[in-house]
Design a protein around this ligand. Structure first.
Ligand code: EPU
Length: 343
């Protein structure tokens, strides 16, 4: 292992403590970089120069099915700064290595509104644009003004504005090029006032149960926090990566065809003329909620969450995920797509 002030480099570095599934895996080389300016210098080292590089954030959206050849680079840079204050909104620059949930709490304490529905999502700020994280009717792309990344192909630092990020449902340009871009920082345009989003199932009921009549952004954050703690297994207690499957997005015609076969299938409008089917409902309907194959399982709290009951390998988890996909496809004719990056 070599250690400098701003980075450390380990051969055959263990990824086990660095992924929330807690599966055992090793990186051929593992680098932790505390200053984004060090990224090109680390990548340019003779022993790393020709290797593929995978950027790892908080490790909460990845399943390692085997050891990772090449370099795994973990950015651990820090910093949150208001760079432009404009009255109604402010531009806030956040280092990729910051923790997402801590940033959401910082934004609420600093008097911004908008990120409250996104509280308690595990992972780093740098990972937020990669899969355009979202919850309770809000997506990160609504607030992302720009993304700064190191482009390993062009060997240069590049900046993407919101449109260039090509955001989609749990998707972006970065997700399609996991070995090309290393996100080093994200700029957010945060409003001082924003209409609250309370329409997602459960939020209003939770506020009511809290006895809140005229909710503030902070109240909504508390309600979402309670909902998440109740519904989703805590990765600190049981290995998981949140939702393992995306909700299939279908057209109106496709939805009508599904509904003919299965009238009770829930669906939610998404992006104007499309609909999201509920992957959790499909898995549940196949009787797979709570299923187990050795130490790999489907959570008994939420059918979308693949869990490691302790000691499961990445291969075992992936085998169970494959069984779930095949069962749902056979029964409903829909192939579920994994949400995390599977390596
Ligand atoms: N449902 C079931 N069985 C279950 C769970 C849910 O049938 O075990 C059905 C119910 O009909 C329920 C519906 O699924 O009403 C939707 O469930 P939920 O509100 O939990 O939302 P989701 O679509 O399953 C998505 C995100 C979550 C996010 C929640 C809340 C994806 C892939 N997942 O789940 O995100 O927290 O909405 O906004 O879009 C994540 O990405 O890791 C994640 C946890």
């Amino acid at each position: 292992m070599s250690v400098a002030d701003d980075f450390s480099l380990t051969r055959a570095g263990s990824l086990t403590p660095l992924n929330t599934f807690r599966v055992a895996a090793r990186a051929e080389w593992l680098a932790e970089v505390r200053d984004a300016a060090e990224v090109p210098r680390v990548l340019g080292r003779p022993e790393l120069r020709d290797l593929p590089c995978f950027a790892l954030g908080g490790g909460s959206n990845v399943l390692f099915v085997h050891d990772v050849p090449g370099l795994v680079l973990r950015l651990a840079n820090r910093g949150v700064a208001i760079v432009e204050e404009g009255g109604e909104t402010a531009l806030v620059r956040v280092a990729a290595g910051e923790n997402w949930d801590r940033f959401v709490r910082w934004s609420l304490e600093a008097g911004f509104e908008g990120l409250e529905n996104l509280i308690l999502i595990p992972g780093s700020v740098g990972a937020a644009p990669i899969q355009n994280i979202g919850a309770y009717g809000v997506e990160a792309r609504e607030f992302i003004a720009g993304v700064e990344a190191w482009d390993g192909e062009a060997q240069a630092s590049v900046r993407f504005d919101n449109v260039a990020c090509e955001f989609g449902y749990r998707d972006s340009i970065f997700k399609h090029r996991p070995n090309r871009y290393i996100v080093t920082g994200v700029d957010f345009r945060l409003p001082r006032r924003r209409p609250l989003r309370l329409d997602y199932a459960g939020v209003l009921q939770e506020l009511k149960a809290m006895g809140v009549r005229q909710p503030t952004a902070v109240d909504v954050a508390r309600a979402v926090e309670t909902l998440r703690r109740r519904k989703l297994p805590d990765p600190a207690q049981i290995g998981n990566a949140g939702s393992f499957f995306k909700n299939p997005v279908v057209s109106q015609t496709e939805l009508a065809a599904f509904r003919e076969r299965c009238p009770e299938m829930p669906a939610h409008a998404y992006g104007g003329d499309h609909f999201k089917l509920s992957a959790a409902w499909l898995i549940d309907a196949c009787g797979l909620k709570g299923a187990r194959a050795g130490a790999a399982g489907i959570s008994d709290r939420h059918a979308l969450v693949l869990v490691n009951h302790g000691g499961a390998t990445g291969e075992e988890l992936w085998a169970l995920a494959t069984r779930v996909r095949e069962t749902v496809a056979e029964r409903f004719g829909v192939m579920l797509e994994p949400e995390p990056v599977v390596i």
